[in-house]
Design a protein around this ligand. Structure first.
Ligand SMILES: CC(C)(COP(=O)(O)OP(=O)(O)OC[C@H]1O[C@@H](n2cnc3c(N)ncnc32)[C@H](O)[C@@H]1OP(=O)(O)O)[C@@H](O)C(=O)NCCC(=O)NCCS
Length: 179
């Protein structure tokens, strides 16, 4: 089965239905934390919702439209990352992490490998990360990895807990990759 070793503690697997129970438990545990930053929390109410979501992502993967991966840290799922969309050679990266596993550098390492995978195997020419203007921890990831900030904000792009926020678009072209 498809997986990538990031370091001795971290592995990234293609998300499959078998992960649904564990992934739902993690989502549920982090619901209040994640709701501040992600718009979809209230659409995932049961294990079955997570399973359906994973199946949908696998269908999109088979058509080259998305990639959803689960991050394992010391044998347990601690987050997810992938390409929320792939269109015209541009992959838009999304991610979230268990609150207790923040600040260890896990996501930065995984995003770095995802980018290499996107350029090497998915034939992307550019990757993007779209971050709400107040989401400083998310913005730190593309900044750390040498992304460029696009000039224009994406206005009212995200509705979080009833409030619209602008997004900053960070992008990295294949020929600008330095790692
Ligand atoms: C966005 C999110 C994944 C960032 O988590 P994170 O822990 O800051 O990211 P990383 O795992 O890359 O860790 C980086 C942190 O670990 C530290 N770190 C430790 N070792 C490190 C290493 N080897 N490499 C990089 N960073 C390291 C960094 O200094 C940084 O901490 P700082 O913010 O205090 O400077 C997390 O906050 C989250 O899930 N938020 C909610 C969902 C969300 O916002 N998703 C994105 C929507 S656009």
């Amino acid at each position: 089965m498809y997986y990538r070793i990031i370091d001795q503690d971290i592995k990234v697997f293609l998300s499959i239905p078998k992960f649904a129970d564990e992934l739902f438990s993690l989502t549920d545990k982090n619901r209040n934390f994640l709701r501040k930053w992600l718009p979809w929390l209230d659409s995932i109410k049961t294990k079955d919702d997570t399973k359906k979501f994973i199946i949908l992502q696998l269908e999109k993967f088979s058509k080259g439209e998305a990639l959803h991966q689960s991050i394992f840290y010391k044998e347990n799922i601690v987050g997810v990352l992938g390409f929320n969309s792939i269109e015209n050679g541009v992959g838009v990266i999304g991610y979230w992490l268990d609150k207790e596993h923040e600040n260890l550098g896990i996501m930065t390492k995984c995003v770095k490998e995802l980018i290499k995978l996107g350029f090497e195997y998915l034939e992307l020419k550019k990757v993007e990360i779209h971050c709400a203007t107040h989401n400083k921890k998310s913005q730190a990831i593309p900044k750390r990895l040498g992304f460029k900030e696009e000039k224009n904000l994406k206005k009212d792009a995200e509705k979080l807990e009833g409030v619209y926020y602008d997004q900053i678009i960070y992008s990295l072209k294949r020929d600008a990759l330095v790692f």
